[in-house]
Design a protein around this ligand. Structure first.
Ligand code: FE
Length: 203
């Protein structure tokens, strides 16, 4: 099926304007960004198939776009049945929008005195649903495909080139953390810049 890549390009352009206007103000970014991301994930017609492929090994993180000065990045997370992340943090703001299937998200607080993690509980997101994370509002979570019989896909936006950020994985029982850098599952990104189809139709 031909994918409507215009939708991703429009999102990238709108989000770039938002980042320029927000001047790093996280609450502004969340307020307007949530609306843009919600609109993007409510239309499952644009993600190219190459960036929607699950792996039986582990969940996939495909970079879809990174801002030239690394102020934000857009990533598709593709979850095989039952796949799950470790407990982890981000160290920057992030927005998670479910586009296909369903996701379970368990959030944690770090108990400063004891140094251990306390679960805030688990909630489920269905298509169109958005979760927010950041060091300010709560940055530690564990995300899973809520479905055991099919693939789920979510689109994530972060306030950095997230695959190149040094952050942490936590042992859920002890709260002990170790540094990790996630990287990306593909060496290529989608081409959002070929406008030839829109320029030649109708001629
Ligand atoms: Fe996360």
């Amino acid at each position: 099926m031909m994918k409507n890549i215009t939708r991703l390009r429009d999102f990238v352009q709108s989000f770039t304007r938002l980042i320029e206007q927000a001047g790093g103000d996280e609450e502004n970014i969340f307020a307007d960004g949530e609306r843009l991301l919600s609109d993007l994930v409510s239309h499952d017609d644009w993600l190219p198939d190459d960036f929607a492929q699950p792996s039986s090994e582990r969940y996939q993180q495909y970079l879809l776009y990174c801002d030239p000065t690394e102020r934000f990045s857009v990533v598709s997370f593709v979850w095989g049945p039952g796949q799950t992340t470790p407990v982890h943090d981000h160290t920057v703001w992030g927005m998670v929008g479910v586009m296909r299937g369903a996701e379970a998200c368990e959030e944690f607080d770090l108990e400063p005195a004891a140094g251990c993690l306390r679960s805030r509980g688990t909630h489920q997101l269905s298509p169109g649903g958005i979760d927010l994370v950041s060091p300010r509002i709560g940055d530690i979570h564990k995300v899973s495909n809520a479905l055991t019989d099919r693939v789920s896909i979510s689109i994530h936006i972060y306030g950095a080139n997230i695959g190149a950020v040094k952050r942490h994985i936590y042992e859920s029982d002890t709260g002990r953390k170790k540094t990790f850098v996630s990287g990306y599952s593909s060496k290529v990104t989608p081409n959002i810049w070929d406008r030839s189809a829109e320029l030649t139709t109708g001629n």
